[in-house]
Design a protein around this ligand. Sequence first.
Ligand code: ADP
Length: 599
Amino acid sequence: MRKRRLLWQLFPAYLAIVIVSLAAIVWYATDAMRSFYHEQMANSLHARSALIANQFIDRLRQSQYAAVDSLCKELGKRSSTRITVILPSGKVVGDTEENPAVMDNHADRPEIKAALVGGSGRSVRYSHTLGIDMMYVAVPLRHRGRLLGVLRCSVGLASIGQAMYATYWRIILSALIVALLVAIGSLLISRWISRHLEVMKRGVQAYADGDLSRRLDIPDSAELAGLAEAFNQMARQLDSRIGTITRQRNEREAILASMAEGLLAVDSDEKIISINRATAQMFDITVEESEGRLVQEIFRNTALQDFVTHTLASSIPVEEEIILPKRANRVLKVTGTALQDTDGVRLGAVMVFNDVTEMRRLETLRKDFVANVSHELKTPITSIKGFVETLLDGAIDQPEDARRFLQTVARHVDRLNLIIEDLLFLSRLEQDPTAEHVRLQPGELAEVVSGAVEACRPKAAEKNINLAVECPPGLQAMINAPLLEQAMINLVDNAIKYSGPGNRVELTVRQGDGGPEIAVRDWGAGISPKHLPRLFERFYRVDQARSRALGGTGLGLAIVKHIAGVHGGRVEVVSAPGEGSTFTLSLTRANSSPQTNLS
Ligand code: ADP
């Protein structure tokens, strides 16, 4: 609905008050004026009656009624007054205007009645004879106490009425002027109020639009000044409260956003109250799209949906693991607890997500490792036990067999020893990355290469394998020489082991883009692509029996990988079955911090 302007609310009310007041004043004033005029007129008629009464008394005493009538006519003309003389019987005997003979009996006229009983009578009424309002004043005419008749003087009230009408018009004109002044006054007042209110409205509108730094000007009038101050106070308080709330919200959001753990808070209807960035990333959604929506709408993971429902229904904290099939089966450990306000009223539930994929992977690796180690150790021990029991069962008494069995036992013990040495070596690499035995120093690569080649030459010679070496002289790097030599020995040893007799093995060192690269190439059996991703895991072998038969522990490449890690580098393999393999150990130029892991 369209609102009326302040002017149109004030003006009619003011005008109504003024008109009612003026009407009351006019009514009162005219009434008083009329009474005053009538009183004045009555007094004047009394005076005139008193002046002429005696002249009529004389004539009435002598019953000279014709003389009475002519006196009425003569005095009446002179004083512009209608004079009438009436006998006590009511019979008119003289009149200024009419012939008394034709006039009615006047005994019933109110003023005559009053005069006949001894007083003076007065009456105002319409005269049918003259056709105007008349004022009549009648006085008794007495001689020595005897009532001779009644003298009545009367005048028309028309002249009084005219004088009164002029006054009425003047009053109405003044009323109109006052109404105009009231209109102008209300216009000015309402304009003045409106202007201040308009200024205030603009200021308050700015508050509504969020600009709380603005302050309203304080007007002169006490009420408006109070209002403006109240608004300013409100703006100050709102500004400070909003500031506090915004700061707290930013702090809370910063804390939530920096948490590595995912956090999700929902209300009792499973509507998302709060969600942090970590959770959003885990489920491939965004914080913005999630807040205020239902869990079912946002999370496509049914396990999580069920977990939220379960947590809301549970009175104790609940825990579960959730798999994310869309994110390479990552494993999330999720803990759900009730969300309560400060009075302990339950509002919903809070879920905390921890990505335990790496932990689970390490656990699996550890378990596999223990199983593998046990298996690796068990095989030689079972053989040793078998031979020892055979010896105890009597074979010891046959020197030939006893010797053979003991040699086999010794070979198994050597193998056990080899495995244990490799395991200890690996665990030393893992234990302390800053320890002396893994420290890097500037060193000449050619020296390391020649050491490794010297160690491998006998084996190469055994298989008639040509071991070719290429290393630029003077190539320096930050290295741990004994470890790097061990890595090269392992790679060259494998190349010899898995190549046929008379084959060729190359060891090449060159300066690559990122740092020195050591490549060991052979033209042996090669490796199928399906084995390549797991090749550097402990105890992983392409062919168990063959590896064992060749005296391998299954730990050689794992050791190479760790040594590469100690040098801040990495080891890679390119291989195809029947075409041979190339293992490349890259050392980074800066040889950044060593990295180790269990694989
Ligand atoms: P192992 O002691 O059995 O040689 P490694 O860790 O050194 O253990 O090697 C793991 C497996 O990788 C070997 O069992 C073998 O199957 C394969 N392998 C390693 N080097 C070569 C190579 N040069 N050619 C073919 N296969 C290889």
